[in-house]
Design a protein around this ligand. Structure first.
Ligand code: HCB
Length: 216
């Protein structure tokens, strides 16, 4: 069977997510590995835009929750399979250390996972604390690991407050500005970052890498 091109595989990744077929997402990941195509391209140009589209359709009430769950699980499985095949750090040197996680009360972690992956690929040492992470833990871990940046993610308006709490803890502990912060997630924007005094806002994973570099 001839190897599939980057374009064909991106289309297959998008189709797998949009057809809510978890097994198909796994099959696409297998094809990507077999073809030796850069998996990062498939994640950023194939899976991610399709997942963003799923989010848009769900918000417009054109999709119900079970579809979203299947799409999300398919994407997560594919990313897990592709991760060991990522190219080595492109920079060749460690740029800085980042502690990343999804804020307390929030279990959405697909976007956070993509940001963590992209930061690693571009030369950051990344410690992913997972999801439902209390503000205090972000700061404790950043101190323990001598991290340069705390990157927090939140997908719900109700959990955005945790990002403000991180700034308050840093201020109280005299660490504001010493440990930089970056915020992200669908309800977050630059105004929110300015309002709470965060160093940066990342609209997507590529911008998150750019902003993290600028913070150092
Ligand atoms: Co969920 N959910 N959900 N959900 N969900 C949202 C977020 C709503 C907006 C949908 C809606 O109602 N309109 C909504 C929140 C409403 C609000 O805030 N007011 C919502 C809700 C309410 C809920 C539940 C409460 C539903 C329920 O149980 N009734 C529940 C949450 C429970 C909880 O957290 N305690 C829930 C559950 C789920 C799942 C499990 C079905 C699934 C999550 C699976 C998972 O993550 N493991 C899910 C999903 C998938 C979504 C939507 C549809 C898509 C989110 C997503 O993955 N987008 C989302 C609708 C939406 O966002 N439009 C909906 C794709 C990724 C790639 O984009 O924005 O996450 P992203 O990340 C980007 C970007 O933001 C940036 O880079 C990423 C990559 O480009 N970025 C950062 C992200 N983090 C960053 C951090 C940085 O420092 C820098 C940049």
């Amino acid at each position: 069977m001839p190897e599939e091109s980057l374009e064909q595989l991106c289309r297959a990744a998008r189709d797998a997510i949009m057809s809510f077929d978890e097994e198909e997402s796994v099959k696409v990941a297998e094809k990507v590995i077999a073809a030796g195509v850069n998996p990062v391209e498939i994640i950023t140009l194939g899976f991610t835009p399709a997942m963003v589209e799923v989010g848009r359709l769900f918000e417009q009430e054109e999709l119900s929750l079970p579809y979203v769950i299947v799409a999300a699980e398919g994407m997560q499985k594919a990313v897990e399979m592709l991760e060991p095949h990522f190219p080595p750090d492109s920079s060749g040197e460690k740029l800085g250390t980042v502690v990343i996680g999804t804020c307390e009360g929030d279990i959405h972690d697909i976007g956070k996972g993509i940001v963590a992956t992209m930061l690693r690929i571009y030369g950051f040492e990344v410690h992913d604390l997972g999801r439902d992470v209390p503000p205090k833990l972000f700061v404790e871990k950043a101190k323990e690991l001598k991290a340069d940046i705390i990157a927090s993610s939140t997908l719900m308006t109700t959990t955005m407050i945790a990002q403000k709490a991180i700034e308050e803890i840093l201020l109280k502990e005299g660490l504001k500005g010493k440990i930089k912060t970056m915020v992200g997630g669908a309800p977050v924007n630059q105004n929110w970052a300015n309002k709470i005094g965060s160093g940066a806002y990342g609209e997507n994973a590529s911008e998150a890498v750019e902003k993290a570099r600028e913070l150092l």
